[in-house]
Design a protein around this ligand. Structure first.
Ligand code: KIV
Length: 279
């Protein structure tokens, strides 16, 4: 998929794929994963605040801090990807336009090519302020994980009734009008996601659990590769079993060590490299 020397992806080149070429997007929280996704040709990488659950062991995204996001964003940015890298503004870091801009600037300084925050009309002043500061913005509508506790801890599908559908359409139109280049649609019914995608000609929609008719699809990478085997969303079928394979491989190796038959792969080959000399 990747072409050596090809230009880096930008918000403009991502937006230009609308109606032409669907956009695959994935999350990354560390340097090697970012490099591998980039080598696979993924054009858009998100340092999502799903970090909280799949890396940091929190029950949801509400406890993730800006410092934690920045730490992982810097690791991803050091991969120097051709992919456009974006980063979530975590919960309570964009309550006012001033706070939103100050924190978005920190993420840009750490290497983000865009920032993302959850919500529609209710955060429009913050979105406008971020865009006015020259920072590309990706919206997030539908199920808003940062508000899961207000929803009784349930990740509910959105757009099921006409009032919900109208709200989502109004939010999406407002974001597009403000100049937002992309918008994640999470757990939106498939017909409503399709309607938003068609209604917005200047903003790409990136679906997650929202059916096939969005401009792109995003997944939390550990969900795709079976990297967090204790929980998989209903709409994802893992393509690998990295978590289970890791557990099996480690158990096998540990048993070999305990039997006293230490595997030769444990000893460095003369002239070989180790993970302390990676390149
Ligand atoms: O935090 C995240 O990983 C996200 C994706 C699910 C879009 O927001």
């Amino acid at each position: 998929m990747d072409t050596p020397g090809a230009p880096r992806f930008t918000p403009e080149s991502i937006r230009a794929r609308k109606g032409r070429l669907p956009i695959p997007a994935l999350t990354a929280y560390d340097h090697p994963t970012a490099r591998l996704l980039d080598e696979a040709g993924v054009p858009m990488i998100l340092v999502g605040d799903s970090l909280g659950m799949v890396v940091l062991g929190y029950p949801d995204t509400t406890q993730v801090t800006l410092d934690e996001m920045r730490h992982h964003l810097r690791a991803v940015a050091r991969a120097g990807t051709r992919a456009l890298v974006g980063c979530d503004l975590p919960f309570r870091t964009y309550d006012t336009p001033e706070q939103a801009v100050a924190n978005a600037r920190l993420l840009v300084a750490d290497g983000a090519g865009f920032v993302k925050a959850e919500g529609g009309l209710e955060i429009l002043p913050q979105i406008r302020a971020i865009l006015d500061a020259g920072i590309p913005f990706c919206g997030h509508l539908g199920m808003l994980p940062q508000h899961v506790l207000e929803e009784g801890g349930k990740y509910r599908i959105k757009g099921r009734d006409d009032a919900g559908r109208q709200r989502l359409l109004a939010d999406a139109r407002a974001l597009e009008e403000a100049g937002v280049f992309a918008c994640v649609l999470e757990l939106v019914t498939s017909p409503v996601a399709q309607e938003i995608t068609r209604a917005c000609s200047r903003m790409v929609t990136i679906g997650i659990g929202s059916g096939p008719d969005c401009d792109g699809q995003i997944l939390v990478t550990p969900d795709l590769i079976g990297g967090f085997p204790w929980f998989t969303p209903r709409f994802v079928t893992p393509r690998l079993r990295t978590g289970a394979d890791l557990r099996d491989t480690v158990a096998q190796w540990a048993a070999e060590v305990e039997r006293g038959g230490v595997a030769s792969s444990q000893f460095p080959v003369a002239g070989g490299t180790s993970s302390t000399s990676p390149n």
